[in-house]
Design a binder for this molecule. Structure first.
Ligand code: FUC
Length: 830
């Protein structure tokens, strides 16, 4: 090696070592902890394995674990299509075009909404109790949920003996595992029992097994048909057990492991022929053959395989780790506690792993955790935002497998929705409206104002393409293509020409759950969100067909439809119009911001390719305000991130991290157990905010992988690893003073990697990157080719001033990793 090369090499080495040192940040402690037992459900800590859920209350005197099983729903296989709809359709459409919205609404309510069945309810199994009659004088109380192990632990002392309870829900072993220990032998004397609002029987099967059975409710005239069998088995070391008729007594044991197994007769949305007792016993007897350590280890490896993929550090310094989590939430607006944000972010990932596992059901409005027989909105699937939002973090936060139950639900809806399309509208393809449930109902529910929205399939279907953009998996794409195609076929038949501009529009419809100030019904034609959804649905389906090299003739028809959809319009206030007419009001603070779907989650509105729409979307969002329901604030975190305003996004996180009274929730915010408050608890806000935090740090929807697009001033330094971007890229990076320091990109598919960065960067060996411009040759990054907007008055638009960025191209090979660093940090001789 020549001297100059040697010096360069040494400089690089020193530099690299110093970078490593600078990056060695303290790990964030991911433990939610409290110094009191949960007195109400919204303080209890959730555990789940995708199928079984438990809410651990941590009460020393009477431990309570509230239990759920994801297939325990009211009713049974059912449909709710109104057969009168088809006869009413043309009259309704004419009334809408004539501006007679109230008349149209009346006819819809009488002829198109479901006659009886507005959807089934996700219902609770019941509670497991462990009464310790002599533990009321406890001291040194502590309980936690460790997000790194997915174990809920409670410890306390009675008479100088320390008692400990550990609870986890094992995905590999399909049971909830509870271990009870004491610091002295022979100290565990308690009993175990179960009850539930829908129980039919409770009985001791033998001296250490208790069984509870039950049946789901009859609801809206559909007979309750889901049966459950729940069993607990007490495995004691030392001491003894005996059974009274409805409880197991444990005396003087050293250690006790309790296994909880629950199963139902659910097979699939059409069939309830499984044998719940056999399934329940099989799970239990398989788990019984393993030691606690074996059960824990298999749980840890399954859980951590997902959880450990992403780590985040926003530059916190363990300032508040000695403060209980509920107090930290309460103090957040003052402290801006960065580690609390990290914990809340990782809690979102924890929840998705815990409530949505391959082969199971998608996360409901409450994920997998519901203690009420009549839960809010039935704890089912509201698909005009809420279910979609549940899955916004799935791909970008490296939990692609957790997306699978949603994909499966879509396949099933595309079956049930075909009959709905034929019966209600005489159309081919499949359709669903704004709600569905375990039985995959597709009709109009809750009344025209909320339910007359035939777009549920169009929105859900976006997830099918989005998943492909991250993985590039063509086999997967082929498996979901029929769902996409059939969704388009419905609109091919259903769309009608509106009289003024001859655009093809959806009618009847609504802009979800909002009505314009000019008339009280929400009913309308051609709502902006509908047009945006169809733009995406048709564009993506055409792309999928091209990639799979099929249906080229049909795609010509689809392209013609695409060309005839209404463009976006910028109204008199400089706002993005929510409706086809300029009806928006500057005082409308409705929680739904449906027309901003085009900004997020879609990529139709971009500061680089459609700056006027970008400005208009921003104006609309400012009018809409910040504080709202939990999920609305979660959406706004994403929207402000897409608007590249990190400080405003953090303002929304602060609004969302407002502590809500767990016993009497009256506002949007966060419960002590980190659950999002709509109010009441609704899990979408958790998932929305987790997605939004990711969007503040990394975006890949707009032609490039954009690093730190919306970094708040507060988050000066930080690091994140394991985030996923379109095109099969996986990304780790850190930053200081708002500048990226080091980026490590793993390319899984190869191809051009276009990056957008806030400061100048180069490859770590000093090689400069190619400046990028024009279209990204990597097809996964194709930007939306939307029509030019119609603008009422362009003089009131104020183009948003964005921070300057650097745009580079890097050609990558599949399987290779690339390290890029701040160019200022390169050795000077380079
Ligand atoms: C939609 C929203 C409500 C609520 C419900 C479950 O109807 O408008 O705010 O989230 O879903």
């Amino acid at each position: 090696m020549k001297t100059k090369q040697l010096i360069n090499f040494t400089l690089l080495l020193c530099f690299f070592l110093s970078l490593q040192y600078a990056n060695a940040q303290q790990d964030v402690e991911l433990k939610m902890w409290y110094n009191n037992p949960a007195s109400v459900w919204n303080e209890a800590l959730p555990v789940g394995n995708g199928r079984l859920g438990g809410m651990v209350h941590g009460d020393p005197v009477r431990e309570k674990i509230q239990l759920n099983e994801i297939t325990f729903w009211s009713g049974g296989p059912s449909r709710n299509d109104n057969t009168n709809a088809l006869n009413a359709l043309s009259e309704v459409r004419q009334l809408i075009f004539d501006g007679q919205y109230s008349e149209a609404e009346t006819i819809i309510n009488e002829n198109m909404t479901a006659e009886q069945l507005h959807g089934s309810m996700f219902q609770p199994i019941g509670n497991l109790f462990l009464p310790f009659t002599d533990h009321s004088n406890y001291t040194d109380y502590y309980r936690e949920l460790d997000l790194e192990t997915a174990v809920a632990t409670t410890t306390y002392k009675v008479d100088d003996v320390t008692y400990k309870r550990e609870v986890f829900a094992s995905q590999p072993d399909q049971v909830i595992v509870i271990r009870l220990t004491a610091s002295e032998p022979g100290k565990l004397t308690f009993s175990a029992n179960m009850n539930g609002p829908l129980k039919e029987t409770v009985r001791a099967v033998d001296s250490n097994t208790l069984e509870m059975t039950g049946l789901s409710s009859t609801h809206e005239r559909v007979t309750g048909q889901v049966r459950f069998d729940a069993r607990l088995k007490v495995l004691n070391t030392g001491g003894s057990t005996d059974s009274a008729s409805i409880r197991i007594n444990v005396s003087n044991a050293d250690e006790v492991v309790i296994l909880v197994s629950v199963a139902t007769n659910f097979t699939d949305y059409e069939t309830l022929t499984a044998n719940e007792t056999e399934k329940c016993i099989n799970y239990l007897s398989a788990a019984e053959t393993k030691s606690y350590t074996e059960l824990l280890n298999s749980h840890l490896s399954a859980y951590q395989n997902y959880f450990n993929r992403v780590s985040l550090n926003l530059g916190g310094t363990s300032l508040f780790s000695d403060v209980p989590t509920d107090e930290r939430i309460e103090n957040f607006s003052e402290t801006k506690d960065k580690e609390l944000v990290t914990m809340y972010y990782q809690f979102g990932r924890y929840l998705l792993i815990s409530c949505s596992q391959p082969g199971g059901q998608p996360a409901t409005l409450q994920g997998l955790w519901n203690d009420q027989v009549y839960p809010p909105w039935d704890s089912k699937y509201t698909i005009n935002i809420n279910t979609e939002m549940n899955y916004w973090p799935a791909e970008k936060c490296n939990l692609a497998e957790m997306h699978e139950p949603l994909v499966q639900m879509l396949k099933e809806l595309s079956e049930t929705g075909q009959q709905t399309a034929q019966t209600m509208y005489g159309c081919d393809g499949w359709v669903t409206h704004h709600n569905t449930d375990l039985w995959r109902i597709c009709g109009v529910v809750d009344g025209a104002y909320w339910g007359m929205w035939p777009m549920g399939g169009a929105w859900l279907s976006q997830h099918l393409w989005e998943k492909y953009l991250y993985s590039g998996d063509l086999e997967y794409l082929a498996s979901v293509y029929p769902v996409l195609k059939s969704a388009c076929e419905f609109y091919q038949d259903f769309l009608i020409e509106e009289p003024e501009n001859n655009w093809l529009v959806v009618s009847p419809s609504i802009s979800p759950e909002n009505s314009p100030p000019v008339h009280s019904p929400s009913i309308c034609a051609g709502a902006t969100m509908d047009n945006q959804l169809l733009f995406d649905l048709f564009t993506k389906t055409i792309k999928a067909a091209n990639l799979l090299d099929i249906d080229s003739v049909l795609m010509v028809d689809f392209k013609n439809i695409l060309d005839r959809l209404p463009p976006m319009q910028i109204g008199r206030l400089g706002q993005l119009q929510e409706w086809m007419e300029d009806w928006d009001s500057p005082t409308d603070q409705h929680r739904h911001v449906s027309h901003l779907y085009g900004l997020c989650p879609s990529n139709q509105i971009s500061p680089y390719t459609s700056p006027q729409l970008f400005d208009a979307a921003r104006t609309s969002l400012i009018y809409r305000g910040d504080v709202s329901t939990g999920w609305s604030m979660g959406w706004k975190v994403n929207l402000w991130a897409r608007l590249q305003d990190g400080n405003h996004a953090l303002k929304l996180i602060t609004d969302q991290l407002t502590l809500v009274d767990p016993g009497n929730p009256t506002m949007g915010g966060t419960f002590p157990n980190f659950f999002d408050s709509h109010p009441p608890f609704q899990i979408d806000g958790n998932f929305g905010c987790t997605s939004g935090i990711t969007e503040m740090l990394l975006q890949s929807h707009d032609g490039a992988i954009h690093f730190l697009p919306a970094l708040p001033d507060e988050w000066v330094t930080g690091e994140v690893s394991g985030l996923r971007a379109y095109g099969g890229f996986e990304v780790d990076f850190n930053w200081e003073d708002g500048a990226v320091k080091e980026i490590v990109i793993t390319s899984n598919l190869g191809g051009n990697c276009r990056i957008r960065v806030p400061n100048d960067v180069a490859l770590i060996d000093g090689t400069l990157l190619d400046s990028a411009s024009g279209t990204n040759p990597n097809p996964f990054f194709a930007t939306a080719e939307i029509k030019d907007p119609i603008i009422v008055n362009s003089s009131i638009l104020n183009p948003v001033d964005l921070e300057p960025t650097f745009l580079y191209d890097l050609s990558t090979e599949a399987g290779e990793t690339y390290t890029i660093i701040d160019r200022n940090a390169l050795p000077k001789s380079k």
